[in-house]
Design a protein around this ligand. Structure first.
Ligand SMILES: [Zn+2]
Length: 274
């Protein structure tokens, strides 16, 4: 009993420290270390490993682009079936039920943000195993990504940060680069943060330089819709760490341009070094 109490106190304290770190780090990047994001008329493609990443990382951007009449597409790479694997105590879902539930939640969340069902793509790769895909399985996923990208001449592509401290999120980087090369579409690449600020206290396994090239988008005008879209993901609220969602309710979103010439875009944005 005493051990359980101590363990609960330790977990609660750990979550509070992580939240303080994540909230402070993101606020520091937004306030001190970023330039204003310049809205463009270019079509947007958001790549999300799981159903909720797109809304958490880019929900405000999606709503603002749609309000301007800009085409937006969202691609979910995995089927989302793994979200409750660490919480058997919440075993209310079978795998199929979880897949269906998360797809319905995604459609509802994106409807709130202004996206029609026809612009939402579920590719249903195995959740938690994107980094293990090889051979034909990997090429099939790249082909499907490239086919969707090829519908546009120019794209802004949004992906999780290449050091987002989640193996599915980090695996997206290579998949998207292979698909962009195959599609041969003119593009600008942007990264969004989901897990890195939470799982990298004091830049553990990442570096301050990983947060270079930040662009900050004010989303005050659509924040209420973003929060409603986050609320649509009911199945995820019980499995995310306490306090994790707080910083996604802030009135800004931050995106990072890649370094090392990994974009072939229009050169519209002057990347700031901080
Ligand atoms: Zn995710």
């Amino acid at each position: 009993m005493a051990w359980n109490v101590l363990n609960n106190i330790r977990q609660s304290l750990g979550a509070k420290i992580r939240r303080l770190h994540a909230d402070s780090l993101c606020r520091w990047v937004a306030d001190v270390c970023s330039k204003p994001y310049a809205m463009s008329p270019h079509p947007v493609l958001v790549i999300a490993p799981h159903q909720d990443d797109e809304t958490l990382g880019c929900g405000g951007l999606i709503a603002m682009k749609r309000d301007l009449g800009v085409p937006v597409s969202v691609i979910f790479l995995t089927d989302g079936s793994n979200s409750h694997s660490d919480r058997p105590d919440l075993g209310a879902f079978t795998s199929d039920q979880l897949i269906n539930t998360r797809q319905h939640e995604a459609v509802r969340a994106l409807e709130i943000l202004g996206l029609p069902r026809s612009d939402i793509h579920f590719l249903n790769a195995p959740d938690g195993k994107l980094d293990e895909l090889t051979g034909l399985d990997k090429q099939t996923l790249v082909d499907r990504l490239a086919a969707i990208m090829s519908r546009h001449k120019t794209l802004e592509v949004y992906v999780p940060h290449r050091k987002d401290r989640h193996k599915d999120h980090e695996a997206v980087w290579d998949l998207v680069h292979d698909a962009l090369a195959q599609a041969d579409v003119e593009h600008e690449l942007y990264q969004y943060l989901i897990w890195m600020p939470w799982r990298s206290p004091i830049f553990w396994k990442c570096a301050p330089s990983d947060l270079r090239g930040a662009l900050c988008l004010e989303i005050n005008g659509v924040l209420d819709r973003k929060i409603r879209a986050i609320d649509a993901y009911r199945s995820q609220h019980s499995v995310l760490p306490p306090g994790f969602l707080g910083r996604f309710h802030e009135p800004y979103e931050v995106f990072f341009r890649p370094r090392n010439g990994t974009s072939n875009g229009h050169g519209r944005v002057d990347v700031q070094r901080c």
